[in-house]
Design a protein around this ligand. Sequence first.
Ligand code: GLN
Ligand code: ZN
Length: 751
Amino acid sequence: MTTSIIGYPRIGAHRELKFATEKFFRQELSEAGLQAVAAEQRKENWQKQAAAGIDFIASNDFSFYDTTLDTAFALNIIPKRYQNLAISPLEKYFAAARGHQSEVGDVKALAMKKWFNTNYHYMVPEFDDGTTIQLDLTKLLSEYREALALGITTKPVLIGPFTLLKLIRFTGQTQISDVQNELVRAYAEILSQLVTEKVEWLQLDEPALVFDLTTEDISLFKAIYADLLPQKQTVKILLQTYFGDVRDIYTDLIQLDVDGIGLDFVEGRKTAELIATHGFPTDKKLFAGVVNGKNIWRNDYQKTLDILATLPKASVVIGTSCSLQHVPYTVNAESELSQDILRHFAFAEEKLLELKDLNDIFCHGQEDSLTANQVLFAAKRYQGNRAVQSKVAALGDADFTRTPDFSERENVQKAIFQLPKLPTTTIGSFPQTADVRKNRLNFKRGEISKAEYDTFNQEKTKDWIKWQEQVGFDILVHGEFERNDMVEYFGEKLDGYIFTKNAWVQSYGTRCVKPPIVWGDIARIQSLTVEDAVYAQSLTDKTLKGMLTGPVTILNWSFPREDISLKVSTLQIALAIQEEVLDLEQNGIKIIQIDEAALREKLPLRQTDWHSEYLDWAIPAFRLVHAKVAPETQIHTHMCYSEFTDIISAIDAMDADVISFEASRSDLSILDALQANGFRTQNGPGVYDIHSPRIPSVGEIQDVIRRILTKVPVEKLWINPDCGLKTRGVAEVKASLENLVKATQGIRSEL
Ligand code: GLN
Ligand code: ZN
């Protein structure tokens, strides 16, 4: 048996790549300087894997922004609007990732979507009618050589042709069938260049195989590989899947002339059964993803060994269930947590060692690490919270139903709030400028008092409230200056959570998150936001929108427990947030937004499992949070950067009064779904993309509003940006929002 890594984190153990890239964006670091930091990160990753004795080490898993974007660029699937800019290739790449606005041009970014069921976001490649696929393998080859120069032989990784085709957005008349042959030719060309390079293994990632596959999908997949595989010559191909099982195509997969197949035994509920039923061919290696690549808990060796024991020993290579990019670098960077806690965790580096241990136990009968692992799992990790457990157990139907029903509340609220047509608001956060972050850091380090810290944030809120009033927003927000992150902030105040110092995970591009860890039963032991909301409301006669994160998002953006169900964990959090909602209401906050940005994240990838495995408890968990508020209190929610169209009725069933959506970056594709489903909840599809520094003009925003008005009834429509503004600069935010309000006022006068 041997060991394999699908991919490794790339942002740097101390986010070196993130900081260097952001410096490059601000023109404080040259391209050569950025390349040097990148090379250093790659080197450290390879050396870590080599030192741990990993046999199959990944390369080309590195990315300056996103590996799907890298793959698109390697194939020249690059819209003309980026190609035509007179800037360097790397800058064009970043232009596609984040948009570009300068003397040389003004272009929007590609759409961004959540990567399968993770909180990582990929760039959606756009295929225009004029696009011709053309191979440029420079990045892959140079990274392979770079590792080789360090004495490390790697297995380069690429998104496979099937998954790529499924992810591409065709903007014109071109369809998959028109480009399929051309694409296979390009992948064949990749293989032949790898032969010249003497590369032994190529990993083709085909996670799209874990979806429900149609007969067309299956024929497409088979056709692609039937064309491609005869051209592989001496290069061995690992067909790597993850995030689920491949039940719809397993029997076809095992007949392919590939040299290895990577299967997920963690999220793939049926993987073991598929092998037991249909066998696994002796001429291929089985890359068994048995160590969870998405969560941070230690692997239970005995359980894993039990799985491994059912597999054909001679063929097995052990690995993680998916790329380790979804977990932080190392537990060793957490000096403030006790060993008692840390010994339960395995981040990327520790997972390398787990693979090594498992290999040693399984192949060489070295039982020491097994015994230690069994001791760890036998001990009771913590004392539970009985009160919370019984509250969850006692929940009944009425707890999940808000009364009176939606339309009655809508009337009551229209009478109270007296808002103009097309009410304007924002999603919550304003720029987290350097001074805001510094204030937080100073407080964390104990350099300033709590009072000084609060005063600073209050001054910020005061400035922004005044600014929102001047510009003419209808519903105001306090700006979220006290929040490092929309989940961590809440986790820190709730009982049952554990926090890390350095456990960063890439969310998209240079943006990283530090998910808190659900350690025990969750309970609210203090107010979470009441003070800030009440203060902000005291500054204005306009209505202030309180701002919370919803239970599903809190859970989905945390590292969850593995010893109780996600449902129970989420209901615990929902009860805590419900207490906060009622507390805000009691303190005079009339509108409360409960963000569910990550609602879709743990939606099973297979549609057949959506309701039974997820929506049937996730939607009620949200309803639980606001079921007890008065009809006069308006509940908002917000969602972004995922596909909503196919779960639109579940979203309506959350029974919020108003919802804001990310929409402009995915080209308003949500509107048809809203219309088709007679969407009842009032809604604000975002009128401009906030993940880009460019400033939308008044005319541009008005065009968007007019387009929205063709699909959304004017009485239902709110005007807001796509998402929170914390990652943006002050000047661009002010200019953009002024345009948003002006655009709205203009349209109102036309109505
Ligand atoms: N209220 C949050 C903010 O404005 C929402 C963030 C999000 O949707 N990701 O930052
Ligand atoms: Zn958002």
